[in-house]
Design a protein around this ligand. Structure first.
Ligand code: G
Ligand code: MN
Length: 233
């Protein structure tokens, strides 16, 4: 049944704001795919499993990126102050289509940066295809973010392995920031990010208290339900 949804429908881009807490301004959006099924929007991570093959992943990401490109063209004012638009990519399952889509968005007049969030559940293959893709993205000025930083495979070693520009602190850490140990970990990631000249974004900011605690450890870019759920434009 889930398989049918996946094959017969196409994803819609939902946008979740990333806010600079010191100014209150939305500076970026993360694009998340949602699938309309029987009147409900479903999320691939929470509600159903996607096929894990290169072809369907790339096809759906291409559709998603093309739709974002159309939104940029039809609502330029909406994106004029947006510095980053980020997309999630499982780079083990990627091919040159993602590079072509980035190029198309850049050509459509978007003046910010495209961010590709690497969010592998598995170790990233050191394959020629992966290196070639990363190098092509780099040439286009696309920024690489490590998603879910602090959990799983995308951790310290990945900062060295990829030309990383952004760390996204995993929500499992952010949500525990009232715990003094979690706070120390986040504070140190924040210091490290500054020293390495990386941007840091906290995910899973669900409350005012969490936002204030993050501010206290010099993390000012935040994303989460406190600021807004992923939504259509
Ligand atoms: O970690 P990753 O970027 O893969 O997570 C993305 C998912 O997290 C999205 O599906 C989004 O709906 C969800 N999400 C976004 N903000 C929050 C939040 O503040 N709290 C929680 N629990 N989940 C969130
Ligand atoms: Mn993400």
């Amino acid at each position: 049944m889930m398989r049918e949804i996946y094959q017969d429908s196409i994803p819609t881009p939902f946008f979740q704001p990333i806010v600079d807490y010191t100014t209150g301004k939305t500076i970026a959006y993360e694009v998340l795919s949602r699938w309309l099924h029987e009147g409900k929007w479903l999320s691939p991570s929470a509600d159903f499993n996607l096929n894990n093959d290169v072809d369907s992943e790339m096809l759906h990401l291409s559709i998603l990126m093309k739709k974002v490109q159309e939104e940029i063209i039809s609502h330029p004012h909406f994106f004029s102050d947006i510095k980053y638009i980020s997309f999630n990519l499982n780079i083990n399952n990627a091919d040159l289509r993602v590079v072509a889509c980035c190029r198309d968005i850049i050509r459509s007049g978007y003046t910010g940066k495209i961010v590709i969030e690497l969010n592998e559940a598995q170790e990233i293959l050191e394959s020629p295809v992966v290196s070639m893709l990363l190098s092509e993205l780099n040439k286009l000025g696309v920024i690489i973010a490590l998603d879910d930083f602090g959990k799983g495979y995308l951790s310290f070693a990945a900062i060295l392995k990829f030309n990383t520009g952004i760390l996204k602190i995993d929500k499992s850490l952010t949500l525990k920031i009232s715990d003094s140990k979690a706070k120390i970990i986040i504070e140190n990631i924040s210091t490290m990010a500054k020293q390495l000249n990386l941007l840091i974004i906290a995910e899973g900011v669900e409350s005012h208290e969490i936002a204030e605690d993050l501010r206290g450890v010099n993390v000012s870019l935040m994303q989460g339900y406190f600021f807004g759920k992923p939504n259509i434009l």
